[in-house]
Design a protein around this ligand. Structure first.
Ligand SMILES: C[S@@+](CC[C@H](N)C(=O)[O-])C[C@H]1O[C@@H](n2cnc3c(N)ncnc32)[C@H](O)[C@@H]1O
Length: 419
């Protein structure tokens, strides 16, 4: 079961004064970085439905929050210099993580311990929290993989729901179990998201009516599918991919056709330009704009999961591939590059994707960058990251259900086969 709890108004602590006093003592000790005493308290103090290492006070402060927050306090060393207590904080954070602390609990200000470290500029502590997130995420992705393998090998006649329930009972992730997730408050985003961040699933999205305005494309629930502020990202992605004229380009997910328009207008205009698009409203819009009649352009109506196997079977290959879908999970994306890019990309080709994973929160964005880098490496790809400043976005979110972008720098990935 995923070690992650939602922060509700009610904290998961045993009731009564004694419990509150014990929680305060644990938090105070964590904040003082007194590891010997902290270790003892974590062993001694038992709570009804929460591990001592994960207790929260009324503000949602956990021992990790306390250990991080107090690290910003200035200490005066022997030479009279003012220093921060970050290295002692790191030792306490390591102790708490080794004792099984949940890395991403939210306090009442909606901050994880890593968010607190980031806000206070405690970069060593922030790195420790990012690494803890990466470890948890990699483990959960592996568990999800085992569960899917279990589903495939279901005994004939066995009910799928039984299998899921059994999986949940024996500690692996089943359909009814808590899904892997980074941070609860995350929104459905343009691009790839962690499965649990999706508050819209692919089939609901594909059957919903879309609303296209001058500067955004929204689904039936007013989730932002694509927004005009992403134009610079699309432009730079095209610039990185189109390195010479006459290339063969494949784009997955047309949206507002911003990426595809930059491709068509580029100085290095491609000879072949394939577009895979699954939503009927987007396809109608493309037809209305005459995309189906543009020389060199081939539109494949349907989900990439159904279209790409045909392209692979026909031995079609591309010099440049771009992936930017909506309402799909990280594991869909991983399937895309492990199963299809390998067969579709020319040996010296390049590919990229809209990097929106976890972008509603800096620590989630940083954790995902490391997770995807590991998975790309395992699949045989090198990735270069190019930072782009994202201007302050404000009015852009008017009429959009959730702000899915909350980090200051976009990290644009350019991937190629490893040498
Ligand atoms: C974020 S938009 C793409 C925006 C595009 N890059 C642009 O520049 O305007 C995502 C697009 O992917 C499409 N899509 C979602 N799931 C898909 C799938 N499985 N296969 C193909 N297209 C999909 C959506 O309908 C939507 O048009």
């Amino acid at each position: 079961m995923s070690k992650r709890r939602k922060l509700t108004g009610e904290m998961s602590v045993s009731s009564g004064l004694a419990a509150e006093a014990r929680i305060d003592e644990i938090l105070k000790t964590a904040g003082q970085h007194d590891n010997t005493k902290l270790e003892r308290l974590l062993k001694e103090y038992k709570f009804k439905d929460v591990d001592a290492v994960d207790v929260q006070n009324a503000d949602g402060t956990t021992p990790l929050h306390a250990a991080v927050a107090s690290s910003a306090k200035k200490q005066v060393n022997g030479d009279g210099e003012s220093t921060s207590d970050e290295s002692a904080g790191c030792d306490t954070v390591r102790l708490l993580l080794e004792s099984g602390a949940i890395w991403n609990q939210l306090d009442k200000y909606e901050e994880t311990p890593g968010c607190v470290a980031f806000r206070l500029g405690l970069l060593d502590l922030y790195e420790l929290m990012v690494d803890a997130g990466v470890r948890a995420e990699v483990l959960l992705n592996r568990l999800e993989g085992y569960e899917r393998l279990g589903d495939e090998y279901e005994e004939p006649g066995e009910d799928a729901t039984d299998t899921a329930t059994e999986a949940a009972d024996d500690g692996t992730l089943g359909n009814d179990d808590e899904a892997p997730e980074l941070v609860d408050t995350a929104a459905a985003t343009d691009g790839i998201t962690n499965q649990a961040q999706l508050d819209v699933n692919s089939s609901d999205y594909l059957s919903s009516n879309l609303l296209l305005t001058r500067d955004k494309l929204l689904d039936g629930e007013r989730n932002g599918v694509m927004m005009a502020w992403e134009s610079d990202i699309m432009k730079r992605s095209v610039d990185f991919l189109l390195s010479r004229p006459g290339m063969k380009v494949l784009n997955i997910g047309a949206g507002m056709m911003i990426f595809d328009t930059f491709v068509q207008n580029h100085a290095n205009k491609p000879e072949v330009h394939h577009i895979v698009e699954a939503h009927s409203d987007v396809l109608t819009n493309m037809e209305n704009q005459g995309w189906d009649k543009k020389p060199g352009v081939t539109i494949h109506p349907g989900r990439w999961q159904d279209i790409l196997p045909q392209l692979v079977a026909e031995n079609q290959t591309f010099d440049a591939i771009y992936y930017d879908t909506f309402a799909e999970s990280y594991s869909d994306f991983r399937d895309f590059f492990t199963e299809y890019v390998l067969g579709l990309l020319e040996p010296d080709g390049k590919w990229s994707f809209f990097n929106g994973m976890g972008a509603d929160r800096q620590i989630s964005y940083d954790v995902y960058q490391k997770v995807v880098e590991m998975d790309l490496f395992e699949a045989g790809f090198d990735v270069e990251w190019h930072d782009m400043d994202i201007p302050e976005l404000d009015a852009e979110w008017e009429g959009v259900k959730r702000k899915y972008w909350n980090v200051q720098k976009y990290r644009l990935p350019v991937c190629k086969f490893m040498d």
